[in-house]
Design a protein around this ligand. Structure first.
Ligand SMILES: Cc1ncc(COP(=O)(O)O)c(C=O)c1O
Length: 353
């Protein structure tokens, strides 16, 4: 398929790289492609960024049949632009699509389309330390129809947003609240898909945690509310004694690409790495025994997010004495060095644009 390019008549001024936030500014162009049963995915095109015309009955607005991804393009010190494991994001997008009855797309074609869009928008990739260009591929159900069934037509789009450093004030531990009142997802549901409703379902618990002075929610499993699943919209890791532990993928956890990268580096460094069930009681007991050394979240936005305090039913667990643990620090540095081209890419994770 040929990708047509229509360039914008006027280009927006690029923001100052030291004044970037997250998700508020968008570049001049976007990628669009449509699906219908006769033509399959067709008409791939790069066009000026702009609104999507849709009928008020468009299915995604009513039934949430949509999936998305989040990844970043990084500028290296010598000015090149690169992606971090983008094939994994495209693979996960197709997996999410299968779970939401959305037709799959050709991953290698989409990687080429993304690179084409990035080449056109290369001046939008900021160059200040720890800034990047956030990439949001999205697929939405487009049939104008009321009634619960899979849509017959879809729109695939990619938008780009320059984003600032996640830790402008430095890499500091966050406070999290364990919730037993709400669950994010259940096994057999769509927790392992990156789909719209999972994020809507997380809002109320997040609001309550914020009101109580906590940054994120720690989610327990949806059946017994006993086993740890994720933190906010990140995967979660514990260092207990000499073991690096993350909950095993059980169907209700999003299989994070940062999670996978942490596991791979941990194994490469010779650590004892476990993907297994971990109950909140095990965490509390390890804390009481003085064995809970670190807790951290992992995800594209923050890379590694150290946790300094856990509130479990009013019981406060302090972790790491207010400072960032050595493994959190080492992982953050190793992963960001690869992303920004400062470190050796021995794992083959970097994709040049
Ligand atoms: C619910 C949830 N869990 C975990 C992650 C971390 O995934 P990744 O490391 O691929 O960004 C994300 C972010 O995409 C997420 O939304």
């Amino acid at each position: 398929m040929e990708i047509t390019i229509t360039t914008a008549e006027s280009l927006n001024a690029k923001p100052a790289p030291d004044r970037l936030g997250f998700g508020t500014l968008f570049t001049d162009h976007m990628f669009n492609m449509d699906y219908d049963p006769d033509q399959g995915w067709h008409q791939p095109r790069i066009e000026p960024y702009g609104p999507i015309g849709m009928d008020p009955s468009t299915m995604v607005l009513h039934y949430g049949q949509g999936v998305f991804e989040g990844l970043k393009a990084y500028r290296t010190a010598d000015g090149r632009i690169q992606l971090f494991r983008p094939q994994e994001n495209l693979k996960r997008l197709n997996k999410s699509s299968r779970m939401l009855c959305i037709p799959e797309f050709d991953e290698s074609f989409l990687l080429e389309a993304l690179k084409k869009l990035l080449q056109l928008e290369k001046d939008w990739v900021p160059n200040a330390p720890e800034t990047s260009l956030y990439i949001r591929p999205t697929i939405i159900a487009m049939d104008p129809f009321l009634g619960v069934r899979a849509s017959h037509t879809y729109r695939f789009f990619i938008i780009l947003s320059p984003v600032g450093a996640y830790y402008p004030e430095g890499f500091n531990p966050i406070k999290i609240q364990v919730t037993r009142e709400h669950v994010r997802a259940v096994r057999g549901g769509v927790g392992e898909a990156k789909t719209l409703g999972n994020y809507a379902a997380s809002l109320l618990a997040g609001d309550k945690a914020h009101q109580a002075g906590y940054t994120q929610v720690l989610w327990l499993d949806g059946i017994e509310q006993k086993y740890v699943e994720e933190v906010g919209s990140m995967n979660i890791f514990f260092v207990i004694g000499d073991e690096l532990i993350t909950p095993a993928l059980n169907g209700s956890i999003l299989p994070g690409i940062t999670r996978d990268s942490v596991l791979a580096l941990g194994r490469k460094w010779g650590l004892t790495v476990s993907e297994r069930q971990i109950s909140i009681d095990e965490v509390v007991n390890a804390h009481e025994a003085g064995l809970l050394k670190e807790i951290f979240g992992s995800g594209t936005a923050a890379v590694i997010s150290p946790v300094g305090e856990l509130n479990y039913d009013g019981q406060i667990l302090q972790v790491g004495g207010g400072s960032v643990g050595p493994l959190s620090q080492k992982l953050y540095q190793a992963i960001t060095e690869i992303q920004y081209g400062a470190g050796d890419d021995a794992m083959g994770w970097v994709e040049p644009v």
